[in-house]
Design a protein around this ligand. Structure first.
Ligand code: GLN
Length: 190
């Protein structure tokens, strides 16, 4: 498969390592032309305010939305999720607005409150890292939860997207990547 990773800022390299370790082809997406011929796109974690600004400067915001409307499958991790959300609590940052969710940035506190957690997902135990992670505070009807911690959604999907408030790629976990490939890109459900 050919998987793009938005390469403007953030945990780009880690996602590329996972993609290549699974024998797929990784494409660094820096311009709209890099969005051609992708099976899926990953929007990595980083700093959503910076991502938002760079997406706009490069015209990639409208480029990604256009491809999404044509069927591109997208996975947002952490800041990538924030960039996909329709609403950010208390802020007016420009996002792609593709997900009917409201999120609270830095929902668990500051950098020092980042933490690692073992979670059970898809019959597997994955170690994932929450790094100044957002909290999902409202979800619309088309959102299907995939994983909850203390009754809060931390991973979910729609027909053509997946989103995780945490980073699975920084610990080398491949189970969320495999789910994105097998159940979002290859399988049309819902
Ligand atoms: N706190 C960051 C933001 O608001 C997200 C952190 C991350 O992606 N690890 O953009």
């Amino acid at each position: 498969m050919i998987i793009g990773v938005l390469d403007l800022q953030g945990a780009v390299h880690e996602h590329i390592s996972i993609i290549e370790s699974c024998n797929d082809i990784a494409v660094r997406v820096k311009e709209n032309k890099d969005l051609e011929n992708l099976d899926g796109l990953i929007i990595p974690g980083g700093e959503s305010t910076v991502l938002s600004r760079l997406l706009k400067i490069k015209g990639l915001n409208s480029g990604i939305v256009k491809k999404y409307r044509q069927g591109l499958k997208i996975w947002g991790t952490c800041a990538g999720l924030i960039i996909l959300a329709k609403k950010i609590e208390g802020e007016s940052m420009e996002t792609l607005g593709l997900l009917d969710i409201e999120v609270k940035r830095n929902g668990y506190g500051r950098q020092l409150d980042s933490f690692t957690k073992d979670v059970e997902f898809n019959n597997n135990v994955s170690t994932v890292r929450f790094i100044r992670a957002p909290r999902i505070i409202k979800t619309g009807v088309e959102i299907t939860p995939l994983l909850k911690i203390d009754n809060e959604i931390v991973a979910a999907r729609t027909k053509n997207t997946m989103f995780t408030t945490f980073h699975p790629e920084v610990t080398g976990d491949t189970s969320f990547y495999n789910y994105f490939k097998e159940s979002i890109i290859k399988t049309q459900v819902l």
